[in-house]
Design a protein around this ligand. Structure first.
Ligand code: HEC
Ligand code: HEC
Length: 234
C-alpha cells in the first residue's frame, strides 16, 4: 500500500474537497466522458498561420521549449486549447505563457479545426537532438519504477508512445509523446511534479504519476522520447 501515490489513499469525498479547496473548481475540465473531436483540417490550415510562427512549419516546432503539434492527437489538442481559453492568465503557471491570450482569439469551431489540422500533419525529427536516449529512459517508459510507485508510462501513452490504442472515451485526450522536444517534456513533467497545473481531470492523473519522479528520471525519459524515430501515421 505504501507504493500508492498519496491521493489514491484518500477517500473520494476528501479528494473532492482537496480539488475544490485548491481553487480549481471554476475552470476545471472533466475529461472522463468526452465525445471525439471532429474538425475541418482545411479550414484549420488557414487559422494556423499565427500558430506556426511559434509551433513551426506544419506544427513541427524548431525551438525546443515550444511543443510540436504535428501528429498530436486531435482530442488532446482541442481540450488543451479549451483549458488555455478558460485559464486565469495571471495564475503563476500561465504568466509566462502566450497561450491563454492566443486561445482567447479562437472560437470553439476554430479550435476543433486547428486540432484536426495539426493532428493530420506528419511529425519530423527534432533538429536539436544532441543526446541519444539510454536504457534508463526506455526502462522507465516501459516498466515505470515500482520501488517509487511510478507506473509504466506505456500503460497510458501507448507502447510506441503515439498515444493509447484504447479508444474508450476517457483515453481520447491522452497525448502522444513520441518525438516531442525533450526540453518541453522536462518543463511539463516538472510542472506536474510541482502541481502547477489545475486544469483538468487528466492533469490531475498526470500529477499523481509525476510526483515521485526525480530530476534524473525526468531527464532520461524526456531525452529517450525525443530521440525516438517519428512515425508517419498517415
Ligand atoms: C508566441 C508563441 C506561440 C504562439 C503564437 C502559439 N503558441 Fe501554442 N504554445 C506556445 C508555447 C511556448 C507552449 C508551451 C508552454 C505553454 O503551455 O505555454 C504552447 C503550447 C501549446 C499547446 C499545448 C501542447 C501540448 O503538447 O500540450 C497547444 C495545443 C498549442 N500551443 C496550440 C496553439 C495554437 C492552435 C496556436 C495558434 C492559434 C498557438 N498554439 C499559438 C507558444 C505559442
Ligand atoms: C495513468 C495514466 C498515465 C500514466 C501512467 C502516465 N501518463 Fe503522462 N499523461 C497522462 C494524461 C491523462 C496526460 C494529459 C494531461 C493533461 O492534459 O495535462 C498526460 C500528459 C503527459 C505529458 C504532457 C505532454 C504534453 O504534450 O504536454 C507528459 C510529458 C507525460 N504525460 C509524460 C509521462 C511519463 C514520462 C510517464 C511515465 C513516467 C507518464 N506520462 C505516465 C496519463 C498518464
Amino acid at each position: 500500500m505504501n507504493l500508492l501515490p498519496n491521493f489514491m489513499r484518500l477517500p473520494a469525498a476528501m479528494l473532492l474537497v482537496l480539488v475544490c479547496t485548491q481553487g480549481v473548481a471554476a475552470n476545471y475540465v472533466d475529461l472522463r466522458r468526452i465525445e471525439p473531436v471532429h474538425g475541418d483540417a482545411a479550414a484549420g490550415a488557414s487559422r494556423a498561420v499565427v500558430c506556426v510562427a511559434c509551433h513551426g512549419p506544419n506544427g513541427n516546432a524548431v525551438v525546443p521549449t515550444f511543443p510540436k503539434l504535428a501528429g498530436q492527437r486531435a482530442d488532446y489538442i482541442y481540450h488543451r486549447l479549451v483549458e488555455y481559453r478558460n485559464a486565469d492568465p495571471n495564475a503563476p503557471y500561465y504568466v509566462a505563457s502566450p497561450m491563454p491570450a492566443q486561445a482567447q482569439t479562437l472560437s470553439d469551431v476554430d479550435m476543433r479545426n486547428l486540432a484536426a489540422y495539426f493532428a493530420a500533419q506528419t511529425p519530423t525529427a527534432s533538429p536539436t537532438i544532441t543526446e541519444t536516449g539510454d536504457e534508463q529512459g526506455a526502462t522507465l517508459y516501459s516498466n515505470g519504477d515500482p520501488a517509487k510507485g511510478v507506473p509504466p508510462c506505456q500503460g497510458c501513452h501507448g507502447a510506441d508512445a503515439n498515444g493509447p490504442i484504447i479508444t474508450a472515451s476517457r483515453y481520447l485526450a491522452y497525448p502522444m509523446l513520441r518525438g516531442q522536444h525533450a526540453a518541453y517534456l522536462v518543463s511539463r513533467l516538472n510542472g506536474y511534479r510541482d502541481k502547477q497545473a489545475h486544469d483538468s481531470t487528466n492533469d490531475f492523473i498526470m500529477r499523481g504519476v509525476a510526483h515521485m519522479l526525480d530530476d534524473g528520471s525526468i531527464h532520461a525519459v524526456a531525452v529517450w522520447l525525443d530521440s525516438l524515430p517519428v512515425v508517419d501515421k498517415h
